[in-house]
Design a protein around this ligand. Structure first.
Ligand code: FMN
Length: 269
């Protein structure tokens, strides 16, 4: 099988998933196109179809051991025609539980054939102390080599069977902001008086959770705490201020910095 083009398709609120997906594409070394589906706008009226001589890498972050909640628009806008695909999840050095299996299932049911999977580690959304600066140069080298291997073994991969980590029916619950949990209780993102109502947070929110009138309104039932708004705000006016969050975070950091996890890759057997 001769693959003619590779696509990097991803949702990456804080940019770590994007880095790993692009490194895999780099290793594949074919004409390539980036499809960044992070903002809600980029997924509205999305309709992309791929042929069987193209290869699509699809990447997403892990939230609560699953894919981000409520991403119907991401998957329904992508259509494969027996198109080979690589599923990649990015997690913050805790665990990825069922997320990679969930991604594989959701891509396969859209007409793709997932031939390889990977779980990489990225700096944790909530703390620069956890997996600091990852994916780092070593992670990106591994990602690139993984891309090289997949394209080299594409015929074997297409004929085989792929098994990735995860349990179906899914054991991990993910993070549903509309349901009570520790993050919904104390990780509220507020807007300080430095806000100029520029609207950059609303335009960038992947979940359509922010609207602007004479104040910034955050719909807590839609906000996935991805902190993209915090990172893109030019005035640093978006913040979590709950003291309980920072008490929890201290213990969380202690637990998650004890061991450095390494990328895992799965190929057809
Ligand atoms: C709501 C939420 C839940 C998360 N859950 C997990 C998790 O279950 N396991 C983990 O290791 N990291 C978890 N993370 C961390 C992200 O998966 C990690 O930081 C990832 O690199 C973010 O990807 P991005 O930079 O592409 O947005 C979570 C982050 C958020 C915001």
């Amino acid at each position: 099988m001769e693959i003619k083009k590779v696509y990097s398709v991803y949702l990456s609120p804080t940019g770590t998933t994007e880095k790993a997906v692009l490194a895999v594409a780099d290793g594949i070394c074919l004409p390539s196109e980036k499809i960044d589906l992070t903002t809600l706008k980029s997924r509205q009226n999305l309709s992309r179809s791929f042929t069987n001589d193209e290869l699509v890498i699809i990447g997403m972050p892990v939230y609560g051991g699953r894919l981000p909640f409520n991403l119907g628009d991401f998957f329904s806008g992508l259509k494969g025609n027996n198109t080979p695909a690589i599923a990649l999840v990015m997690y913050g050095n805790r665990e990825y539980e069922d997320a990679l299996l969930e991604l594989k299932i959701r891509i396969d049911e859209r007409g793709f054939k997932v031939i390889a999977g990977a779980a990489f580690i990225g700096e944790h959304t909530f703390s620069q102390k956890i997996a600091t600066g990852r994916p780092d140069a070593n992670d990106l080298k591994i990602a690139k080599e993984f891309g090289e291997k997949v394209i080299k073994e594409i015929d074997k991969a297409l004929a085989g069977k792929l098994v990735v980590n995860g349990v179906y029916p899914f054991a991990a619950k993910g993070f549903n902001p509309a349901q009570p949990g520790h993050l919904t209780k104390f990780a509220r993102i507020i807007t300080t008086e430095d806000c100029t109502l520029c609207g950059i947070c609303a335009d960038n929110c992947p979940w359509g959770a922010i609207s602007i009138s004479d104040t910034v309104i955050t719909d807590v039932n839609k906000c996935l705490r991805c902190l993209r708004c915090v990172k893109v705000c030019p005035e640093q006016a978006r913040k979590i201020i709950d003291p309980e969050f920072y008490v929890w975070l201290k213990n969380f950091e202690k637990r998650l910095t004890a061991v450095r996890k390494e990328p895992e890759m799965f190929l057809m057997r």
